[in-house]
Write a protein that binds this ligand. Structure first.
Ligand SMILES: Cc1ncc(COP(=O)(O)O)c(C=O)c1O
Length: 438
């Protein structure tokens, strides 16, 4: 049988089994889903052998490219020593990673609690804030995404990701600084980030006035790369402190140099958070979440009951993460990411000039979004065009992501080991895809 027929059958068989044996609510990208088979650097291949340039990295997770030797080698070495220990036994990789992250984290943020996902990291952060402050209520931002547990969905404020389940009480949502669609119909910067005042209004009207925490993503990932102005973050921080809350920066997407120049997205604003959560890019795809805080705040956990995480700080995942940090410190540094981010942004700005469907270009570093609209005047969201663009980009060999409340934001975030040529190639392929759907 011919090779392409064989691979066709393999794909069909896989998709059939996916339908039969996996929950039907797995969201699959593309009109025809794409079973990936292998990856190398920024390239991935599907089961039919088609090659793609990966500018989404499995949701900003493949931070240093696929099959990166520094990561793979450490994983192999660790696997041969010990795969699992649980948090009941100290382990070298676990401890070394905590030490490394303490060196990278801003301010007094020094200590870690490792888990296995971003959801788990945020659960841990809220628990920590509640324990430390003795308060219960939490303020989050509209359009934010925090995870898939009951608390994660309650913190989340994109309706389609809050699906069902019993929501946790005591979570309130403030207006977010979505400047392209300003909730107050004002213009930045003349607005003076008036939307930040809503945080105070929310605290005073919908909580007891004593909050445990405020949680925000410096750039909202799932929400469509909505980028909070630095002065918004500063004002939000002042308000939170005034009402006795801890400031949690969710760095699940913005961490590890992704936004350029700084290791963590929050650092651009000059605000020192009390707690940071991270996952995704921390270990290039190994399941690892982490909640970091100051020594003082971490001490409060002793007031609470016992806790373990069976898989938290898994030695193999931590070894992978140490490999990631090696590459990020020595090669794909935050400064280099900033330079590549400038190149990417300049190219996207040029595309916006050519294609009026691109209403907004936003982001920082190698985390750039394109909001698609029916026309730039009405700004009416164009979710169908976004689906078409995803398919067209795939046809031309480029993988990008999609998000936003209206499903109309393209998310572009390659591994940080990308080269200038990779960026140029992605821009060329995107141009082709936009021309197809124009
Ligand atoms: C900002 C942010 N926080 C938390 C999460 C939850 O992470 P996970 O899917 O690893 O549970 C995500 C996932 O997309 C995220 O983008």
């Amino acid at each position: 049988m011919e090779l392409d027929k064989l691979t066709d059958q393999k794909k069909e068989a896989l998709l059939k089994k996916q339908k039969e044996y996996l929950f039907p609510n797995h969201l699959l990208y593309y009109t025809e889903p794409l079973p990936l088979d292998r990856g190398e650097g920024l390239r991935v291949w599907d089961v039919e052998g088609n090659e793609y340039l990966d500018f989404f990295g499995g949701i900003l997770t493949t931070s240093v490219g696929h099959n990166r030797p520094e990561v793979t080698q450490r994983v192999q070495e660790q696997t041969e020593k010990i795969i699992h220990s649980s948090t009941l036994y100290p382990n070298e990789s676990h401890i070394n990673l905590a030490e490394k992250l303490a060196q990278l984290a801003p301010g007094d943020i020094q200590v870690s609690y490792f888990t296995t996902s971003g959801t788990d990291a945020n659960e841990t952060a809220i628990f920590l804030a509640q324990t430390h402050t003795g308060h219960q209520e939490v303020v989050a931002l509209r359009h934010g995404y925090s995870g898939r547990s009951a608390l994660g969905m309650s913190l989340t404020a994109v309706g389609s990701w809050r699906s069902g389940g019993t929501h946790v009480a005591g979570v309130k949502h403030a207006l977010n600084p979505y400047c392209y669609r300003c909730p107050l119909k004002l213009k930045y910067p003349s607005c003076g980030v008036a939307c930040a005042e809503d945080i105070e209004e929310v605290i005073r009207t919908t909580t007891s006035g004593k909050i445990a925490a405020f949680i925000m993503e410096p750039i909202q990932g799932v929400g469509g790369f909505i980028t909070a102005p630095d002065d918004y973050i500063k004002t939000a921080h002042q308000i939170i402190k005034h009402y006795g809350g801890l400031f949690i920066s969710d760095e699940v997407q913005t961490g590890f140099g992704r936004t350029g120049h700084k290791w963590f997205g929050i650092e651009h604003s000059g605000v020192e958070p009390d707690i940071m959560t991270m996952a995704k890019g921390i270990a290039n795809g190994f399941p690892l979440g982490n909640t970091m805080t100051t020594k003082d705040i971490a001490e409060s956990t002793l007031k609470a009951g016992l806790t373990i995480s069976t898989f938290g700080g898994n030695p193999v995942a931590c070894a992978a993460s140490l490999g990631v940090m090696d590459v990020l410190e020595n090669e794909a540094t935050p400064d280099r990411t900033a330079t590549l981010g400038k190149q990417l942004r300049a190219g996207l700005d040029r595309l916006q000039e050519q294609f009026p469907i691109i209403g907004d270009v936003r982001g920082k570093g190698l985390m750039q979004g394109l909001e698609l609209v029916k026309d730039p005047q009405s700004k009416e969201p164009a979710p169908k065009a976004a689906t078409q663009l995803m398919d067209a980009a795939k046809k031309h060999g480029l993988l990008i992501g999609k998000g936003g409340l209206y499903g109309n934001v393209m998310r572009i975030a390659p591994p940080m080991t990308a080269t200038e040529d990779d960026i140029q190639m992605a821009l060329d392929l995107l141009h082709k895809a936009l021309s197809d759907i124009a």
